[in-house]
Design a protein around this ligand. Structure first.
Ligand SMILES: *Cc1c(COP(=O)(O)O)cnc(C)c1O
Length: 357
């Protein structure tokens, strides 16, 4: 039976990408070497990382002067690396508290300087994106989580501010076009929408590349270290970078972020439409803030949770249980999720309604 993988991460990747990655594990470009066993100084790998760095810029619409790094430690390490590098002890940065990940970023930043939490939706189980925030113009940066993976909310408009935005785009990177000029730093753990676990992409604007801080920073945790060595200061996570490159090539071949956005908008729209139409289900977050990546919904009757879950499981759907803090269901429908899997979920919701409505 075909498996429909709705995992929130590590998550689905395009089948073509997996096939090409599998071949590269056996023999990369007829070199007689596996991509796994090749020196990172080998010209073949240097070409991989350079193309990957360039494609990040091309897809996101960043300038040539941006610096793209591929680091270890997960997006979670960026929660402390960002303030360690850009928030002085006598300075402050602004944050919005829109979910578990945003909250963790806030907690880490407090170890380095002052944190102003401009708005929080915690009291309402993070079911909306706070709007109309006033960002103090002397903030070092404004930190946002563009898509809240656990709760299923997403910024569809980024705040109007002159302060550069530092953005955790782990779960919606490359899913849509972005206003590149607003961002001082973008980071994303690869395992949601970009590649396998084990690498985190970081893109710094020219201004952030120049920013210096009066603090001793461990060598590996200093962005400058990696910038100075063209993202090759130490052994980078070679295979996750390679698979991320294959995914980026796939995105480009699909028509880039504009095309991805159109597809993602459509996929999310038809699923939300069914959630709204079907009397047995309802969405859990404010309609205008609904994520196009993580669609969270609950049964109107809690007794329906298990039988609907079982019906979906019988049809090959896996990993679409809602996070324990929300309950119900979460369909993570990243770039690589085919429309047909979403159509199947919709038809199962309708079948379930006929039986139980
Ligand atoms: C998954 C996730 C993280 C954590 O990523 P790790 O790579 O596991 O550290 C951080 N932020 C967001 C928005 C996420 O979805």
């Amino acid at each position: 039976m075909k498996v429909h993988n709705f995992s929130s991460g590590p998550a689905i990747l395009p089948e073509e990408v997996l096939a090409e990655a599998a071949q590269a594990v056996i023999d990369y470009k007829n070199s007689g070497l596996s991509i796994l066993t090749m020196s990172h100084r080998n010209k073949l790998f240097v070409d991989v990382i350079e193309e990957a760095r360039a494609l990040v810029k091309e897809l996101l619409g960043l300038s040539n002067e941006h610096q793209v790094l591929f680091l270890g430690g997960g997006a979670s390490s960026q929660f402390f690396m960002v303030p360690m590098n850009f928030l002085g002890a006598n300075q402050f940065a602004s944050y919005t508290d829109t979910g578990t990940w945003a909250n963790k970023a806030i907690k880490e930043a407090k170890n380095f300087g002052e944190v102003k939490v401009l708005a929080s939706s915690k009291e309402s189980t993070y079911s909306f994106i706070p709007k109309d925030i006033q960002v103090p113009s002397d903030s070092q940066y404004l930190h946002l989580t563009s898509n809240n993976t656990i709760y299923g909310t997403q910024y569809h408009n980024f705040p109007e501010t002159s302060v550069p935005i530092v953005c955790d785009m782990s779960s919606d990177i490359f899913s849509r076009e972005i206003p590149a000029e607003k961002f001082g730093l973008i980071y994303a753990g690869a395992q949601k929408n970009m590649g396998p676990a084990g690498v985190t992409m970081v893109a710094l604007s020219p201004e952030f590349v120049e920013r210096k801080i009066d603090r001793v920073i461990p060598t590996m945790l200093n962005y400058q270290t990696h910038i100075a060595e063209n993202a090759m200061f130490n052994t980078p996570p070679t295979f996750p970078i390679y698979v991320s490159l294959l995914t980026m090539r796939w995105i480009k071949a699909q028509g880039g972020l504009k095309a991805m956005q159109q597809k993602n908008d459509h996929k999310a729209a038809i699923l939300y439409q069914e959630i709204d139409r079907n009397p047995l289900f309802r969405g859990t977050v404010a309609v205008e803030d609904r994520s196009r990546m993580n669609v969270c919904f609950v049964p109107e009757n809690v007794e329906h949770e298990k039988p609907f879950f079982d019906l979906c499981t019988q049809n090959g759907m896996i990993d679409f249980k809602g996070h324990r803090s929300v309950g119900g269901f979460r369909a993570s429908i990243y770039n690589a999720m085919p429309l047909s899997s979403i159509e199947l979920m919709i038809s199962l919701m309708q079948e379930f309604e006929k039986k139980n409505g």
